[in-house]
Design a protein around this ligand. Structure first.
Ligand SMILES: CC(C)(COP(=O)(O)OP(=O)(O)OC[C@H]1O[C@@H](n2cnc3c(N)ncnc32)[C@H](O)[C@@H]1OP(=O)(O)O)[C@@H](O)C(=O)NCCC(=O)NCCS
Length: 356
């Protein structure tokens, strides 16, 4: 199979390359989500053009020499010094290799790995490669290389017709009782108000760090007022609405939060993002209250959606306990792997030598 590997910089790509790229991306999307509507290309392009401070993204494509068709993609995300989690996470690189499901293209995966190793030579601080996938053939590939499974999780979906509204009512009632008894306030926003942004982002960083991450040896990068505003801007550029609901205790502390993302370009779904409660305020029904209030908001604001989608680690028992009762169902299993860069280098040099 003859192919060439080319750099892919979306903002510099011509129309023809972009269209070939979308053809490829849509084929791989349909392999994972055969019944879901495609992401409209206009939105897909906007998503490709987004950049974030402290992240260096490298994309390469494999193009068939015969047909010109795109048959594979390499995505690398390296953390740079401006990243708020640089000190703790700089050793980690995120890698995604996607190749069309065709045995003829199997060797492209190894070619991409060699390309990735070459690129990473410029980043001496990178020592660990992280990857996640929903596809069994990807799991087999990484396991074949001796990568360690770091985390197993799922994409779960809650279809609107499956929601037990009487239970949601009960959870809200529990929340309102707690609010009266212990003077807990509920507040919401899209753009984080300037006067609470430091407090909110500090709480957010504390809570997100408590999410179980299995064997991954990195921390979710701290959120700061700057990174919050940058994310808000990026969501605006990609036509996403980002809604947050949070609780404040009588002592003035923010104790919990839940957030969702919605875009009119994908009107069939809402993405449930982080839900979290600070450890000292847990076990009082705040998690259930926040989720129940958000559910009512979603029903009123987006009555046309089919489902709410969320990702959860299998080891996250409290979150799964809440989600299961709400009616979330597992639709895809996701496995994440880590492997040392040194190990990959050794394996690839063996493969290079074998090919000679
Ligand atoms: C998940 C989380 C938000 C729950 O917050 P909370 O305020 O304690 O939630 P609630 O009190 O409303 O409900 C927790 C429920 O989980 C159940 N639960 C707690 N630990 C459990 C466990 N190990 N196994 C099964 N159920 C468990 C509780 O029994 C409770 O249900 P009940 O009140 O009906 O008995 C909180 O644990 C958290 O912030 N976790 C870290 C952040 C995170 O991982 N978020 C999810 C990723 S998006």
């Amino acid at each position: 199979m003859s192919f060439e590997i080319i750099n892919f910089v979306p903002k510099e790509a011509n129309e023809e390359l972009l269209e070939s790229y979308f053809d490829f991306a849509e084929t791989t999307f349909m392999e994972i989500y055969p019944t879901d509507p495609l992401v409209p290309r206009v939105l897909h392009l906007k998503l490709l053009l987004i950049t974030r401070t402290g992240e260096k993204v490298i994309r390469k494509l494999a193009r068939s020499s015969k047909s010109g068709e795109i048959i594979g993609r390499l995505y690398l995300m390296i953390i740079t010094e401006e990243n708020t989690g640089f000190k703790e996470n700089k050793h980690s690189v995120e890698i995604h290799i996607n190749v069309l499901n065709d045995l003829r293209y199997k060797s492209i995966v190894q070619e991409f790995l060699i390309e990735a190793i070459k690129e990473l030579q410029c980043y001496e601080y990178v020592t660990t490669v992280d990857t996640c996938s929903y596809l069994e053939r990807d799991w087999a590939f990484w396991e074949g290389l001796g990568a360690k499974m770091a985390l197993e999780g799922a994409q779960n979906r809650l279809f609107m017709e499956d929601i037990d509204w009487s239970m949601i009512k009960e959870w809200r009632h529990g929340g309102h009782e707690l609010a009266k008894k212990e003077q807990v306030d509920l507040f919401s926003f899209e753009r984080c108000p300037e006067e609470i942004i430091l407090e909110y982002t500090t709480t957010y960083s504390e809570i997100i760090r408590l999410m179980p991450l299995g064997e991954f040896d990195y921390i979710p990068e701290p959120t700061t007022p700057f990174t919050r505003r940058e994310k808000e801007e990026n969501h605006k550029k990609t036509d996403h609405k980002w809604y947050t609901l949070a609780t404040r205790e009588k002592n003035g502390e923010i104790s919990g939060l839940t957030e969702i993302l919605y875009t009119e370009s994908s009107p069939h779904k809402v993405e449930q993002m982080l839900t979290g409660v600070k450890p000292e305020y847990r076990g009082r029904g705040l998690g259930k209250w926040l989720k129940a209030e958000m559910m009512v908001f979603i029903k009123n604001e987006f009555p046309e959606i089919e489902f709410i989608s969320t990702g959860n680690a299998d080891m996250n028992a409290p979150m799964i306990s809440i989600n299961d009762r709400m009616g979330f169902k597992r639709v895809l299993t996701e496995k994440c792997y880590i492997i040392k860069l040194e190990k990959l280098k050794k394996l690839m040099s063996i493969n290079i030598n074998k090919e000679k």
